[in-house]
Design a protein around this ligand. Sequence first.
Ligand SMILES: [Zn+2]
Length: 350
Amino acid sequence: MSWHGIEGHDHVVELFRRALRRGRLASSFLFAGPAGIGKRAFAVKLAQAMLCQQRPEERLDPCETCASCAMVLAGTHPDLDRVGKPADKSFLPLDLLIGDREHRRQEGLCHNISLKPFMGGRKIALIDDADFLNAEGANCLLKTLEEPPPRSVLILIGTSPAKQLPTIRSRCQLVRFRPLEPAVVAQLLVARGLVEDAAEAARLAQYSEGSVSRALELADAPLWTFRSALYERLAAPLLDSVRLAPTVSAFVDEAGKEAPPRRARLRQVIGFAADFYRQLLKADSGVPLPDDPEIQRFVQEALDRAPGTTVAAAVCLDRCLDALEQIDRNANQTTLIEAWLDALAAAGQG
Ligand SMILES: [Zn+2]
């Protein structure tokens, strides 16, 4: 089922419809779920539905043609404010929330949402990349969260409630978005012209963890060649972390000079390793492996060499997840790779 082109989140549509019908809509929300599953698109469509001048908001069925609907689509609606983290910043700048130094509290999202709606409906504000709110930014939001202006709706879009400070978390209604079904990811890839071949779209979707953006990151041939080499090393009896670290570093460097594509590639490499250990754990407890010849081969090799590797594999998986978190904190690339592989090698010997 699709809601105005938004796939896979009908349960959230119903949640908002019910709240609006009962007149019990909260004023602050935290949208949480993996990146690339449509949370932002959902938030914009929700805003459009609530601001539509033709249809009552509780229907959540924007007409798509009135002046208000058109302005939301064009990104020019005066009652909808959107901010996000600029690519070159590691957190959400304060200026976007409360104005720059010369205009503190006279500009920015917190000021805008406190104004009366221009077009009569509501004031709606979306904070994208809410994972990157620092303590200062979170503090600025507190007043808005504690004394929400009448008919205002503030939506924070992040990946997990764990990434929010308790002060923010406790003041927002949590709305969880589920990863998309692989078939939906494949369908979106083709429908949006992102991947031409349907079979390739289905293959990428299988590894996408329900995320369109992750599927797209994986549409990269060298990545899969590297995965084979990595799995071979991970399946070997002893992991030579000292030799593997420069190989991983060099592969990450090939992604480009800029930090974001390098971080994305490192995330993919560590994600592949995490998946290896995840599958190893599953196989060790008798769960059938996915339809992936390489996973099957290397996981089987690792099991044959050292049956009952559950404890070590669980530790390794943990180390991979730790390393993935470090990437988001802009850790130094070389140090991170070395520490991660050393930790894997130590766990394998333990
Ligand atoms: Zn409309």
